[in-house]
Design a protein around this ligand. Structure first.
Ligand SMILES: [Cu+2]
Length: 111
């Protein structure tokens, strides 16, 4: 039973672990893969930069703010970054896939 569990875990991690990269994993990162944004809601602080990492080979996506404050190109691979200078909730979507939606919640510094 334990062995079976280990095999399941190993298979799962193999499928979801990104290819080895020399670049450090960004703190505020959204992965665009499997026709979805992950995490769907990312909370950051004012002044933080979000990096979207496109990794859905064979299917191009983009990142378009519903308020048009940022917009990426259509990409299968590569990265897009945007720095959020104002607090608020910024919803965004993918042009070819309107059901792909997510949000960046930008929190003002507490004083
Ligand atoms: Cu898409």
């Amino acid at each position: 039973m334990f062995a079976a569990l280990m095999i399941t875990l190993t298979a799962c991690s193999t499928a979801t672990t990104p290819a080895a990269s020399t670049e450090p994993v960004a703190e505020n990162q959204v992965t665009v893969a499997d026709r979805m944004y992950s995490p769907k809601t990312l909370t950051i602080s004012v002044g933080d930069t979000v990096t979207w990492v496109f990794a859905d080979r064979g299917m191009a996506h983009n990142v378009v703010a519903d308020d048009k404050s940022f917009r990426s190109e259509l990409m299968e691979t590569g990265q897009f970054t945007h720095t959020f200078d104002t607090a608020g909730t910024f919803t965004y979507h993918c042009t070819p896939h309107p059901d792909m939606t997510a949000a960046i919640v930008v929190e003002a510094p507490t004083s």
